[in-house]
Design a protein around this ligand. Structure first.
Ligand SMILES: Cc1cc2nc3c(=O)[nH]c(=O)nc-3n(C[C@H](O)[C@H](O)[C@H](O)COP(=O)(O)O)c2cc1C
Length: 373
């Protein structure tokens, strides 16, 4: 085989015993493709087959909920009962058939959950709703639910599980000074606020043994009174100490995503790379950088400059599943680019609809619509 132009991008990596054939991973991307009760659907299988066939080393499947009432969106994959195992097995198999590693992200949306009475570390209102503060007993129950869901991910045949500590969901809500006002051992200084995610990781590891566990890591909420690097790095170091396999860096939450400054920032290529770079300087575990990494040359420079160890492509892979193959051939110019000013996918899922990409051909859109149940 000829030497690839992007040498760093096509170097294998060992991740807690898993061999990633290159540095390209799919970052989790919820698109509203699960069936109405959260089961794995034909559309979801079709979509992930296409993503895995891309040649990316690892596909991290979008967030799945760990309890019946902890999902942040409709048509979210569910991982809260053994009845979902069969569908999850088929999903893992589908990805493996295309020679990619398969991971599943697990999540509790906390104050962003789509339920009449959401729960959170503290009763801090969001979008007109005030969540109820969790009791200590409920906290222990949720930790067990994370562990049970992680075990299901392992039993379903995935290669790894990812805890969703990003987007301002429950794990992040405990860490943030903005959303955690507790006066017990889970609140107060950052050392206390990281206790919940650290305990979740410990429970999960007790349940799954040496199965790799990764973490979607909120570096900065991009809100004036929110979590920032000065505090989040302590969590990064503690997760490393507790055996996390990797950290997948991200910024922003539902409360900042729509702010004009953030909208502007998110249009720039590599807009979250600086966050990954800060994390990488502070830990020894592999770090994933995502955020509009639209070209292989950008990806290559991130790796070469040691700002991250792995590249996460979410919309970038979805808009053009040939991205990795085109990169391998050095055919950067033919890569179909996600438009920085479009954001149709995000708006569609925010309205509870399944997403399509405005760059797709009519034929592809028809196939996806036809599979929607
Ligand atoms: C529609 C949509 C759904 C997303 N779903 C998830 C998700 O389920 N879990 C997660 O950690 N991040 C999620 N993200 C964030 C992506 O993983 C990624 O960090 C972000 O889109 C930037 O990468 P990109 O420019 O390649 O899309 C989502 C983003 C979008 C736009």
């Amino acid at each position: 085989m000829t030497k690839p132009i992007y040498e760093n991008l096509f170097k294998p990596l060992n991740l807690k015993g898993l061999r990633l054939k290159n540095r390209i991973t799919m970052a989790p991307l919820y698109l509203g493709y699960a069936a109405s009760e959260g089961q794995v659907s034909p559309l979801l299988l079709h979509h992930y087959k296409e993503m895995a066939r891309s040649g990316a080393a690892m596909i991290m499947v979008e967030n799945s909920s760990i309890t019946p009432n902890s999902s942040g969106t409709p048509r979210t994959i569910r991982c809260d009962h053994n009845r979902y195992l069969k569908g999850l097995e088929t999903l893992a198999d589908t990805i493996h058939q295309e020679k990619s590693l398969a991971g599943l992200q697990i999540n509790h949306a906390g104050r962003f959950a789509h339920v009449s009475e959401p729960v959170a570390p503290s009763a801090v209102s969001v979008f007109g709703k005030t969540p109820r503060a969790l009791t200590k007993r409920e906290i222990v129950t949720i930790q067990r639910q994370f562990a049970n869901a992680a075990l299901r991910v392992k039993q379903a045949g995935f290669d790894l599980v990812e805890l969703h500590g990003g987007t301002g969901y429950l794990l992040a809500q405990f860490v943030s000074p903005r959303t955690n006002h507790r006066s017990d051992s889970y609140g107060g200084p950052i050392e206390n606020r990281i206790q919940f995610p650290i305990e979740v990781l410990k429970r999960v590891k007790d349940a799954v043994g040496d199965f790799p566990v990764g973490y979607r890591f909120l570096v900065n909420e991009w809100l004036p009174d929110g979590l920032q690097e000065s505090e989040s790095i302590l969590l990064a170091k503690s997760l490393e100490q507790e055996g996390i396999a990797y950290l997948s860096a991200m910024g922003g939450t539902y409360e900042s995503f729509f702010l004009p400054d953030m909208v502007k920032k998110a249009r720039r290529a590599g807009y979250m790379v600086s966050l990954a770079s800060v994390v990488k300087k502070n830990v020894g575990v592999p770090v994933i950088a995502a955020g509009r990494i639209s070209t292989p040359s950008k990806a290559e420079s991130i790796l070469k400059e040691k700002k991250a160890d792995l590249i996460g492509l979410a919309r970038m892979l979805w808009v053009d599943p040939e991205w990795p193959k085109k990169a391998r051939k050095g055919d950067e110019r033919s890569i179909i680019k996600c438009s920085p000013v479009c954001n149709a996918c995000f708006h569609l899922v925010m309205q509870g609809k399944s997403a399509y990409c405005t760059k797709w051909s009519l034929e592809k859109r028809t196939i996806y619509q036809g599979l929607f149940q």
